[in-house]
Design a protein around this ligand. Structure first.
Ligand code: C2E
Ligand code: CA
Ligand code: CA
Length: 578
C-alpha cells in the first residue's frame, strides 16, 4: 500500500464526511472500491445494500440474507459472487465482486485496510469536529450572550476597536454607537416574572437585528442594555435609526398573557480615530441617561458636557446612602382643591432632597437610584411620617378636620412586608385620621408581584387607609384591581390634563377616566392643572379635585403652613397683625 495513495484516500474520506451529506458513506465506499481497482458489484454496509450494480431484486434480497453469515461465496441464480469481508467499526462492510470475479489477495488487503482507515478517519473526524465544536462553543460563550445569542460586551468592544483602528476607505463614513436601554425593565421583570423579562429581551434583540443593515453589529452589554454599532454617512442617519428602533419597540407585545407596550431610551455617540472603545460606549451610555432624564422613550446624542453630569450622578448614588439618615430627605406638600367649591381639601406629600452641595433636588434626580438601591422604602416612610405629623396637627384646627393626605408609595414599598407595620406605627404615633389618608400607587405597581402586594393592601384596608391610583391612564391597566382593592381615587395623569380643551385625544381619555370613576364610585383628581381653561374643562367633565400649579406649587411644610394653614387658623388675624 503506497502511503501517498492512502493519504489521498484519507483526504477524500475527510472531505466526503465533512459535507454532512447522507450519501457520504456510499460515495466513500465507492471510491474505495474504485481505488483498489477491483470490480465491485455491490457494497453491503451494516447488513444493507449500500450500492449495487446489475443485480436483480431477487439477487439483492438473497445477498442481504446470506451476508449475515459472512460467506466468501454466494450463489445466486446466474452464478457465484465472491466477497470480501471488511469490518469497519461497528459496521460490517461486505464488498461483493462481479459475477465470477474473485478479489485477489492484494485487493482484499487493500479493501480491508481502506475500511479500517475509513473507520479511523471517521473517529478522527468526530474528534476533530467535536473539538472544533467545543472550541466554537467556548468562543461563542466567551463572546456571545446565551439568552439572545447576540455578541456580548467583549465582542462589542473588539468590533468597536477594529472599527476605530481600521476605518473603511470611505472617509465620509463614521462609526456610530447606539446605546439602547429598556425603560422600566426592572419593573417588568419583577411584575411579570423573569420568563417574561427574558421574552422581552429576545423580542428587543430581534427588533434590533431587523432594524440594522448587513454589516452592522447588534450586541447585548448586560441586563437590558443593547448596543448597535453602525457605519453611517451622516449623523442624521444614526438619529433616524434610533427613531425607527424606538417606534418598532413601542408596538405592543403579548407577555405573560397581557399586552405590554415598551419603550427604550437610546444614547448615540460617534467614534473618532484614536478613541478608546470603552469611552465611546461610556459616551453613548451618558447620552442614554440624558434620553431617560428627558422622559424616556426617546434618544439623545452625546455631548461633552454630559461627562460632568455623569460624575455627579455617581457621587449622587453614594451620597443618597447617607441622605436618609442625615435628615436630608425632606417632605414638601402640594395642595389639592375641591373643584365644586374651590376649597382646600388636602395635600400630596412629595419628596425633596436637600443636598449639601447641589441644593434642593427633585425626585426625578434621585428616585431611580433610590429604587435600585432599595433606599426607596426608607424614603417613602420618611416622607409619609413627616407629612402625617404635620397634617395630623392641622386636622386639629376647626374646619380642617377632614384635611386629606396623599403620599406616594413605590412598588418596592408595597412589596416590602415590613412597610405595612411601619405605616401602622406612623398612623398611631402621629394620630392622623386614617380615613383621610390616601396612598398613591401607580397602576403598574398594583399588578406587580401580586402575592406580596395583596398582603400589604389587605393590611392597609384593615388600617382604614385608602389607595389612589396615580398617573392613571399611563400604565398597564387592569380594571379588576379597581374593584378588588380599596381604591378610592383615580388621578388623571397630567399629560392628559395638559391637552384638555385643545387635544381631542386627551379629551377622550379624560372623559373615559371620569366616567369609569363614576361607574366604580371613585373620586377623580386631575393632576397638573396649570391654567383656567384646563380647570373649566375638568369641571365640566365632572372631576372632583384638582392639583397643579394653578392651585399651588409644591412647598416645604413650613411654607405650606404659612401659605395655606395659617390664614385658616381662627387666630390668623392675630398672627398676621404686626
Ligand atoms: P407624581 O406623584 O405624579 O407627583 C406630581 C408631580 O407633578 C410632582 O413632581 C409635582 O411637582 C408635579 N406637578 C404638580 N403640579 C404640576 C403642574 O401644574 N404642572 C407640572 N408640569 N407639574 C406639576 P415631583 O415633585 O417632581 O415628583 C415627581 C414624581 O416623583 C411624583 O410624580 C412621584 O411619582 C414621585 N415621588 C415624589 N415623591 C415621592 C415619594 O415620597 N415616594 C415615591 N415613591 N415617589 C415619589
Ligand atoms: Ca403622586
Ligand atoms: Ca401623578
Amino acid at each position: 500500500m503506497e502511503p501517498s495513495w492512502s493519504l489521498h484516500m484519507l483526504s477524500e474520506i475527510l472531505s466526503a464526511f465533512s459535507t454532512e451529506d447522507p450519501d457520504n458513506l456510499r460515495n466513500v465506499l465507492n471510491r474505495v472500491a474504485e481505488s483498489v481497482d477491483a470490480e465491485v458489484a455491490a457494497i453491503l454496509c451494516a447488513g444493507q445494500i449500500d450500492w449495487c450494480i446489475g443485480l436483480s431484486e431477487a439477487d439483492q434480497t438473497h445477498l442481504v440474507q446470506q451476508a449475515q453469515q459472512q460467506p466468501t461465496d454466494i450463489q445466486i441464480r446466474s452464478g457465484a459472487l465472491h466477497t470480501c469481508w471488511a469490518p469497519m467499526g461497528r459496521r460490517d462492510v461486505l464488498f461483493v465482486g462481479r459475477l465470477g470475479e474473485r478479489f485477489d489477495l492484494e485487493e482484499r488487503a487493500l479493501l480491508r485496510a481502506m475500511a479500517r482507515s475509513i473507520e479511523l478517519s471517521i473517529k478522527m473526524l468526530r474528534a476533530v469536529s467535536s473539538e472544533r465544536q467545543a472550541r466554537k462553543d467556548a468562543y461563542q460563550q466567551a463572546t456571545h450572550d446565551a439568552l439572545t445569542g447576540l455578541p456580548n460586551r467583549r465582542m462589542v468592544l473588539d468590533r468597536l476597536r477594529s472599527a476605530i483602528d481600521h476605518p473603511v476607505g470611505d472617509e465620509s463614513l463614521v462609526t456610530a454607537v447606539l446605546f439602547i436601554d429598556i425603560d422600566r425593565f426592572k419593573w417588568i421583570n419583577d411584575a411579570h416574572g423573569h420568563a417574561a423579562g427574558d421574552q422581552l429581551l429576545i423580542h428587543v434583540s430581534r427588533i434590533l437585528k431587523d432594524a440594522v443593515r448587513h454589516g452592522d453589529l447588534v450586541g447585548r452589554l448586560s441586563g437590558d442594555e443593547f448596543i448597535v454599532i453602525t457605519r453611517t454617512s451622516d449623523r442624521n442617519a444614526a438619529s433616524e435609526l434610533a427613531r425607527r428602533i424606538i417606534a418598532a419597540i413601542r408596538q405592543p407585545l403579548r407577555v405573560a398573557g397581557s399586552e405590554l407596550s415598551h419603550t427604550v431610551s437610546i444614547g448615540i455617540s460617534f467614534a473618532h480615530a484614536g478613541d478608546n472603545p470603552s469611552s465611546v460606549l461610556e459616551n453613548a451610555d451618558m447620552a442614554m441617561y440624558r434620553a431617560k432624564a428627558l422622559g424616556r422613550g426617546r434618544y439623545a446624542s452625546f455631548h461633552s458636557s454630559m461627562r460632568l453630569q455623569a460624575q455627579q450622578r455617581l457621587s449622587l448614588e453614594e451620597a443618597l446612602g447617607h441622605a436618609v439618615g442625615n435628615g436630608e430627605i425632606t417632605t414638601h406638600l402640594q395642595p389639592l382643591f375641591r373643584l365644586s367649591d374651590n376649597t382646600l381639601s388636602g395635600f400630596e406629600a412629595l419628596v425633596r432632597w436637600q443636598h449639601p452641595q447641589l441644593g434642593l433636588l427633585l425626585p426625578g434626580a434621585f428616585l431611580e437610584q433610590a429604587e435600585d438601591s432599595g433606599l426607596i422604602q426608607d424614603i417613602d416612610m420618611t416622607v409619609f411620617e413627616a407629612a402625617c405629623s404635620a397634617i395630623a396637627q392641622w386636622q386639629q384646627i376647626a374646619g380642617l378636620e377632614h384635611l386629606r393626605l396623599s403620599s406616594n408609595l413605590s412598588a418596592r414599598s408595597l412589596a416590602d412586608p415590613r412597610v405595612k407595620e411601619r405605616i401602622k406605627v406612623i398612623l398611631e404615633t402621629t394620630g392622623i385620621q386614617p380615613t383621610n389618608v390616601y396612598l398613591e400607587i401607580t397602576e403598574t405597581t398594583l399588578v406587580e408581584d401580586i402575592e406580596s402586594t395583596v398582603s400589604t393592601i389587605n393590611a392597609l384596608r384593615a388600617l382604614n387607609v385608602r389607595l389612589a391610583i396615580d398617573d392613571f391612564g399611563t400604565g398597564y391597566s387592569s380594571l379588576l384591581y379597581l374593584k378588588r382593592f380599596p381604591v378610592g381615587v383615580l388621578k388623571i395623569d397630567r399629560s392628559f390634563v395638559n391637552g384638555l380643551g385643545m387635544n381631542p385625544e386627551d379629551e377622550v381619555i379624560a372623559t373615559t377616566i371620569v366616567s369609569l370613576a363614576r361607574a366604580l364610585e371613585l373620586e377623580v383628581v386631575a393632576e397638573g392643572v396649570e391654567n383656567q381653561m384646563q380647570l373649566e374643562r375638568i369641571r365640566e367633565l365632572g372631576g372632583d379635585y384638582g392639583q397643579g400649579y394653578l392651585f399651588g406649587r409644591t412647598l416645604s411644610i413650613g411654607d405650606t403652613e404659612r401659605s395655606f394653614i395659617a390664614p385658616r387658623r381662627p387666630t390668623a388675624a392675630l398672627l398676621t397683625t404686626p
